[in-house]
Design a protein around this ligand. Structure first.
Ligand code: DX5
Ligand code: ZN
Length: 218
């Protein structure tokens, strides 16, 4: 089947050979490449910007799933779109003008997503949900790879799934943080369509085995 879609997060990859790492997960069966952008303000960590994304772009045909953990993301949407992003996700907590920022992503003709931190209620999406291609439910506090899955987020995924069904929306549910072969099953049963995984893929010897385990967890 075509579900779940697997999006390896390069946050846990070997940054001294990112091009090869990206090739390896593509060959190993990944569907998307998840790119974590951190500004040291919205989250207590720094990563990379559009330069790295445009450098990776010719190395893979995987769609680029860009997760912006930056305040006032509207400042950089155009830059990330031009660097090669296919999906762009902003945090609801990072801008008072969520609707405007979503509109800007759509103006760039990219798939638009909004991410919610573990404590952020689904209700912030009530009046923008029909504009979104996907919602990213964080199951850790963003900022670092390798953290423990927060189980309190499971009912949130279930509730979102029910809301989407009730409203007849095709919006995909992406889940990010602490996803591994043990937590994947519950997240998929709750309604997730896209699984992000950093350490559970790049922390393993065999990427193909790691990705297969996430595609059909037991
Ligand atoms: C965390 C990032 C995640 C991170 C996930 O802030 O948004 O994408 O890479 O890492 P794991 O899968 O190791 O929890
Ligand atoms: Zn992420």
């Amino acid at each position: 089947s075509d579900r779940p879609l697997i999006a390896p997060s390069i946050l846990s990859a070997d940054f001294s050979c990112l091009g090869e790492e990206v090739n390896s997960v593509e060959k190993a069966g990944a569907h998307l490449l998840h790119l974590d952008i951190m500004d040291g303000l919205f989250v207590p960590n720094l990563t990379f910007g559009p330069l790295v994304i445009s450098a990776l772009r010719p190395h893979t045909s995987l769609p680029f799933d860009v997760h912006l953990m930056i305040i006032h993301p509207e400042r950089y949407i155009k830059d990330f779109a031009e660097a090669g992003a296919d999906l762009i996700c902003i945090h609801a907590e990072a801008t008072p003008h969520l609707h405007r920022a979503i509109t800007q992503i759509k103006e760039q003709e990219k798939l638009a997503g909004v991410s919610l931190n573990p404590h952020t209620p689904l209700e912030v999406l009530d009046y923008v949900l029909d504009l979104l291609d996907f919602v990213l439910i964080m199951t850790v506090n963003p900022g670092f790879g390798g953290q423990k899955f927060i189980p309190q987020c499971l009912p949130k995924i279930e509730r979102l799934k029910n809301i989407l069904i009730k409203r007849g929306l095709p919006t995909l549910i992406e889940v990010d943080g602490g996803i591994n072969s043990k937590t994947a099953l519950s997240v998929l049963q709750a309604g997730a369509d896209i699984l992000v995984a950093g350490s559970a893929i790049f922390g393993q010897e065999d990427y193909q085995k790691a990705i297969s385990a996430l595609k059909s967890p037991t």
